[in-house]
Design a protein around this ligand. Sequence first.
Ligand code: ASP
Length: 358
Amino acid sequence: MAMPPHPPLTCSLPDQERILVIYTGGTIGMQQHAQGLTPGGDFATRMASALNQLPVAQQHALPAYDVISYTTLIDSSAATPLTWQQLAHDISDQLTRYAGFVIIHGTDTLSWTAASLAYQLQGLDRPVVLTGAMRPLEAEDSDALDNLQGALQFAANPALQEVAIYFAGQLLRGARAIKQHSSASNAFASPNYPLLGERIGDDFVYYPSRGLGLQQRGAPRFELADYRLANQGAVVRIILWPGICAWQLDAWLSDVRVKGALLQLWGAGNLPDDPSLLGVLARASGEGKLIAAISQCPQGGVQLGAYAAGHGLSDAGILSGDDMTPEAAFTKLIHLVAQPLSLEDQRQRFLTPLVGER
Ligand code: ASP
């Protein structure tokens, strides 16, 4: 899927001190064609000429890097769990050759890819920074150059040892981020966890006390699970709405192909006071499906049992997703159902923070 690294663009440092940039597509690299904006090629040259526009001192502060482009460039709406798996494998294959990684990705599902990579690359001992842009690299007032610069700068900081997103001057934990705006430059937020770093003037400041680097010990313990089966619809996401009926929930959960589900409840963990809904959930959970609940509110988390109506959820075997983002909860379910784990192990691991996602 990936092409060989583009020849070194800056100086000839050994790979171990260089950054590997992996270009997957997205608006950042798009160019206008007759049929509209589509991902454009020759990203290495285009990225280099963009970075050449920086003031000289800032150019000199950039790390050396290589670029690889995926053969099929995508709008990130086309990404699937197999895309997440491919990226994790590519990073794992190149891990010891590079000091850090930058992944260029469309913004629409960037936070999903980031969360998934965090689970696959557990124990990561160097930076993996995802970025993209709201406007193409060559567009007037594009945010691409700022984002590329910051992503490279943080990818070169050995103290950062996790999967992060750099966007609009902010460094966010990958497993804590959401896309919060469809057009503003400041498109990402980390609603329940502070920033890992930020750009202050010309400095790219990392806050180590918030990072996983200090908490992780030992060698990387990547879990490169085979996502092919999970990619065939094994996990569903159900956001409750007023008037939801038990038969509707059952239509999703009784399908044997469904192995896990993410429920998005109201507020702190509320759902309609309808015993037949709980009955459907209890039956599905009793049949061995991994079912977790988070809130529909981007900020705060769930406390199952806080409301009388939600009280039966724990009894029905529903796991609390605490204050996880939908991205982090869903990709964790995919990651767990893809592995040959007992239901008890899956449940216990869902409840355990693996990469600072809860
Ligand atoms: N549709 C684009 C994508 O996600 C949006 C972007 O790149 O920002 O690939």
